[in-house]
Structures are given as C-alpha cells and as structure tokens.
Design a protein around this ligand. Structure first.
Ligand code: TYD
Length: 200
C-alpha cells in the first residue's frame, strides 16, 4: 500500500509520518520516505531544487527537476518496497507538483502531468492532505534557523498552493482525504490511523 502525505509549510507532516509509521510497524512492514529526495541521487537533485544559493532556477526547470527526482525515487525506493508488499509512507509526491508547480507557479496541470507521466502510472492508494491557513503554517516554522528556496516564497504564493491543493482534493475525492490541520496532532493521527486500517 502506497500512502502519501501532502500539505503546505508547517503542517506537521514530518512528525505525523514518523508517529504513524511507528504505530503501523507494530503489525506491518513499513518504510518512510520523502520528496524531493528519498534516494542518494534524488537527494542530490533536491539540493539543486531547494538550496537558496540556486536562486536562478526557473519554474520549468524546477518542475522538471522534481519530476526527475521522482522518477529516480520511484525506481530506487518506492516500487521495490511495494513489490515486497511493504507499506510505503511518503512525505509529498505528485500532488505537491500539482499544487506548487501547476497551480502556484502557473505552469498548468497539463504540462505538469505530462512531465510526470511515469508517476501517474504509480499513484498512491491513499493521500492525506493536511489543510492549514499558510499564515498559521508559516508562523509555526518562523523559529527555524534555515529556510529553503520555497519556504522563502511570499504568503500569496503559499495561499495559491493551498487553493491548488483544495482543487486537487476535489478532483480526486476517492484517493485524497482532507484533514483539518488546526486540530491537535493526536486527533489528526487517530483519524489517519483509522482511515489506513479501514483500507488495509
Ligand atoms: P521540505 O523541507 O520537505 O518541506 P516540508 O517540510 O514543508 O514538506 O521541502 C520540500 C519543498 O519542496 C516544499 O516547499 C514543497 C516543495 N515541492 C514542490 O514544490 N513540488 C514538489 O513536487 C515537491 C515534492 C516538493
């Protein structure tokens, strides 16, 4: 089973995935991973995408690098784990490219889906979208000492990301479960675990 977690900045996805993995590991074989990255080569591409020193990365290059990192991650990590019947929990996947590149960067769904065609053959069984006002999310990460190139975008950009996610969630209602990100992490976690168990 392939499960992805989506959302804007400061939605607590990283902690959630760690906790959910720990709970599911009690009776299943679970691996966790993240995008962009997840394998040595994909992590090298991640650095080009997110390092603020590469300010000149254009929107098309950004989208193509993300698709390349995703193809590598699929072949090296996700598909082998699924073939071994493991549960794969992934922090971000194709929906991130739809929200950030297709909507917020205005590249359009058609272009982003085309360059990610390989990933469209391997869609998650279930996706949790943690929905949160970006002003709340960005306030939560304001005490971080390091910001990547996308964290440094404006609130307006992150608002477009959220609008994008809400549209995508309404396009794929059977796959994407929208979770209210203002709830406590404990509440969010129990909703997610219940939904996964229902689908296992
Ligand atoms: P990360 O530090 O993993 O962010 P977060 O903790 O918020 O998940 O950085 C990933 C950044 O890359 C995040 O700002 C979203 C962005 N991104 C895209 O724009 N498109 C994509 O397809 C993916 C996978 C990530």
């Amino acid at each position: 089973m392939f499960i992805t977690f989506e959302g804007g900045e400061g939605t607590g996805k990283t902690t959630l995935i760690k906790d959910v993995a720990e709970i599911l590991s009690q009776d299943h074989d679970v691996i966790t991973s993240r995008e962009p990255g997840g394998s040595m080569i994909a992590e090298a591409i991640r650095d080009v995408i997110l390092n603020p020193k590469y300010k000149g990365v254009t929107p098309y290059t950004e989208a193509l690098l993300l698709a390349a990192a995703r193809a590598q991650h699929l072949d090296e990590i996700i598909l082998p784990a699924l073939n071994e019947n493991k549960i794969v929990l992934c922090d971000r996947y194709l929906d991130s490219s739809l929200a950030y590149q297709a909507y917020a960067r205005d590249l359009g769904l058609e272009f982003v889906l085309n360059i990610n065609q390989y990933a469209t053959y391997h869609m998650p069984n279930l996706t949790f979208y943690i929905d949160l006002d970006p002003r709340v999310g960005m306030a939560r990460i304001s005490n971080r000492d390091k910001y990547d190139r996308l964290d440094q975008e404006t609130v307006l950009f992150h608002q477009k990301v959220r609008d994008g996610y809400l549209k995508i969630a309404s396009m794929y209602p059977n796959r994407i479960v929208t979770i209210d990100g203002t709830q406590t992490i404990e509440n969010i976690k129990s909703q997610i675990i219940a939904k996964i168990r229902e689908n296992l």
